[in-house]
Write a protein that binds this ligand. Structure first.
Ligand SMILES: [Zn+2]
Ligand SMILES: [Zn+2]
Ligand SMILES: [Zn+2]
Length: 122
């Protein structure tokens, strides 16, 4: 991995450590979101009427489904629609950076080339 991508990873790790210090008990199943987002194709099976997918969310069975806050695990009030107990709702564990290091790709390409050669020689 090149130094640029290394830096990206280190930045991510730092923000994750920071997040875990603030919310040491956050729900790891949903990264503290309290829900899962999924996409689906709304057109009937076999027919693709409209291109594109629909997005929907499902409560996390590990926290909000159990009535606890996804960030601090305090019980949620039943009559509230909020996902959290009062913790900020738009905060969740940072996800790793989505990068494609050209150096790493090149390394992998060479690696697989060598594996292929190795198989051919046998
Ligand atoms: Zn959860
Ligand atoms: Zn909370
Ligand atoms: Zn790189």
């Amino acid at each position: 991995m090149c130094s640029e991508c290394q830096e990206l990873m280190e930045k991510h790790q730092k923000s994750l450590v920071e997040f875990e210090r603030q919310y040491p008990k956050y729900c790891h199943a949903c990264d503290g979101r309290g829900y899962f987002e999924y996409s689906y194709d709304p057109s009937p099976a076999g027919v693709s009427l409209s291109p594109g997918r629909m997005y929907d969310t499902e409560p996390c069975i590990e926290c909000t489904e159990r009535g606890v806050c996804p960030l601090c695990t305090r019980p949620l009030t039943r009559d509230s629609d909020n996902r959290t107990c009062g913790c900020p709702e738009n905060i969740y564990a940072p996800s790793p950076p989505d990068f494609e290091c050209p150096q790493l790709i090149e390394q992998n390409r060479i690696y697989w080339q060598e594996v292929e050669r190795g198989i051919k020689q046998r």
